[in-house]
Design a binder for this molecule. Structure first.
Ligand SMILES: NC(=O)c1ccc[n+]([C@@H]2O[C@H](COP(=O)([O-])OP(=O)(O)OC[C@H]3O[C@@H](n4cnc5c(N)ncnc54)[C@H](O)[C@@H]3O)[C@@H](O)[C@H]2O)c1
Ligand SMILES: O=c1ccn([C@@H]2O[C@H](COP(=O)(O)OP(=O)(O)O[C@H]3O[C@H](CO)[C@H](O)[C@H](O)[C@H]3O)[C@@H](O)[C@H]2O)c(=O)[nH]1
Length: 330
C-alpha cells in the first residue's frame, strides 16, 4: 500500500510526508509541479514525480506503478485576495484540476481520498465556533473553488465506492519543531509569516488590514493551528480510512481565536524586536472572525493536538524564517 501526496513539496504537504515517515510508513510518492513547492522540502527517501495533477497519463502511470491505494490531495492555489483578482485561474487550478485528478483516481481504483479543504467554505459565520454542519456559504472564489471540490468528492465517492476524509483547515501556522521544513513560499501573505519576516528585518513594516471589525480590538479573529498537529490529523485520517472507517468531513482547528493585533504583539515579544505596524483599510474577501468547532475530529479520529501554544508556534515560525534566509544567502 502506498500513498500519493499531491502538493507534497509544499508547506503543509511536506509536513504530512514527515508525519508519515516518522510513524514508520514505507512508501510515499509525491506529485508536485513545484510551482510553489520545493524539492529540498522532501527527504531523499521520498519519491518525487514532478508534474501536474491534471496530467491524466502521468497520474495513471504513477498510481499503477506504485500501487497507490490512498490519495492525499493538497495541490492548489491558496491565496484568498489572489482568488478575488483571478477567479477563473482559481476555478481551474482548484476545481477543474481536482475533477481531473479524482476521475483518474476512480479509473485506477484508488480506495481512499484525503482532501485539503478550508474554513473559507463557511464564509462569514454569524456565530463562532463554527460546527461542521453549519451551512456553507463562502464569500470568495478560493472558498467556492474548494467547496465545489468537496461536493465532487462526496458525489464521486457515493457513485464509485471510495471513502474520504475532507479536512477543513483553519489558519495553519508554525513549522516542524525539528526544523526540517516550514512555510517557504516567497512573497507569502499569511499573517504569522509576514509578521516574523518583519521582526527579522526582511520587511520594513506590517499592515493590519482592518481595525473596524465587530471584534474586541477591531481586527480579525482567526484560529491558528500548528502545522505538525495538522499533519498528524492527516495521518490518523489515513489510518481511519484504511481500517474501513466511514467518510467524514472535519474541522481542523483548536477552537480558540486570536486577533491580528494580538498575534503581532506575540511576534514582538517572542522575537524581542519592535517593528512598525500600519493600520490599514480592510482587505477584500476577509471574514471578521472564524474559529473552529473543534470537537468532532477529536471524537471521530482520536486526534490529540500537541502544539496548541501560540508562543511556540511563533517561535517555530521565527526559527524557520531565520534558517530560510540563511539558506537563500548560500
Ligand atoms: N496554508 C493555509 O493556511 C491553508 C488553510 C486552509 C487550507 N489550505 C489548503 O492546504 C493545501 C496546501 O496548502 P499549502 O499552504 O501547503 O500551500 P503550498 O503552496 O505551500 O503547497 C501547494 C503545493 O501544491 C503544488 N501544486 C500546486 N498546483 C499544482 C498542480 N496543478 N499540480 C501539481 N502540484 C501543484 C505546489 O507546487 C505546492 O508544492 C491547499 O489545498 C490549500 O488550499 C491551506
Ligand atoms: O500582512 C497581513 C496579513 C494578514 N493580515 C490579516 O490577518 C488575518 C489572517 O490572514 P491570512 O492571510 O494569514 O489568512 P486568511 O485568514 O486570509 O486565510 C487562511 O485561512 C483561511 C481559513 O481561515 C483559508 O484556509 C486560507 O487558505 C488561508 O490562507 C486576516 O484578517 C488578514 O487580513 C494582516 O492584517 N496583515
Amino acid at each position: 500500500m502506498a500513498v500519493l501526496v499531491t502538493g507534497g513539496a509544499g508547506y503543509i504537504g511536506s509536513h504530512m510526508v514527515l508525519a508519515l515517515l516518522d510513524a514508520g510508513h514505507e512508501e510515499i510518492v509525491v506529485l508536485d509541479d513545484l510551482s510553489t513547492g520545493f524539492d529540498w522540502a522532501l527527504p531523499p527517501e521520498v519519491k518525487l514525480v514532478v508534474g501536474d495533477i491534471a496530467d491524466q497519463a502521468l497520474v495513471t502511470e504513477t498510481i499503477l506503478q506504485h500501487r497507490i491505494d490512498a490519495l492525499a490531495h493538497f495541490a492548489a492555489k491558496i491565496v484568498v485576495p489572489d482568488s478575488v483578482a483571478d477567479p477563473l485561474g482559481y476555478y481551474l487550478a482548484n476545481t477543474a484540476k481536482t475533477r481531473s485528478l479524482i476521475e483518474t483516481a476512480v479509473r485506477t481504483g484508488v480506495k481512499h481520498v484525503i482532501f485539503s479543504s478550508t474554513a473559507a467554505v463557511y464564509g462569514e459565520p454569524e456565530t463562532v465556533p463554527v460546527p461542521e454542519d453549519l451551512t456553507t456559504s463562502p464569500i470568495n472564489p478560493y472558498g467556492r473553488s474548494k467547496l465545489m471540490s468537496e461536493w465532487m468528492i462526496q458525489d464521486a465517492a457515493k457513485a464509485h465506492g471510495f471513502s474520504y476524509v475532507i479536512l477543513r483547515y483553519f489558519n495553519v501556522a508554525g513549522a516542524d519543531p525539528r526544523g526540517r521544513t516550514g512555510q517557504s513560499t516567497p512573497n507569502a501573505t499569511h499573517l504569522i509569516k509576514v509578521a516574523t519576516q518583519t521582526a527579522l528585518g526582511q520587511r520594513s513594516h506590517i499592515d493590519v488590514f482592518g481595525t473596524d471589525y465587530p471584534t474586541p480590538d477591531g481586527s480579525c479573529l482567526r484560529d491558528y493551528i500548528q502545522v505538525s498537529d495538522l499533519a498528524e490529523a492527516h495521518r490518523v485520517a489515513l489510518t481511519h480510512l484504511r481500517s474501513g472507517g466511514e467518510s467524514l468531513t472535519l474541522n481542523c482547528g483548536y477552537g480558540r481565536g486570536y486577533s491580528v493585533l494580538e498575534v503581532i504583539e506575540v511576534v514582538k515579544r517572542i522575537s524581542g524586536r519592535d517593528f512598525e505596524v500600519r493600520l490599514c483599510p480592510r482587505r477584500a474577501g476577509d471574514p471578521a472572525q472564524i474559529i473552529a468547532g473543534a470537537d468532532r475530529i477529536r471524537q471521530r479520529l482520536g486526534w490529540v493536538p500537541k502544539h496548541d501554544d501560540l508562543d511556540a508556534i511563533v517561535g517555530q515560525a521565527l526559527a524557520w524564517e531565520d534558517s530560510l534566509s540563511r539558506r537563500n544567502r548560500v
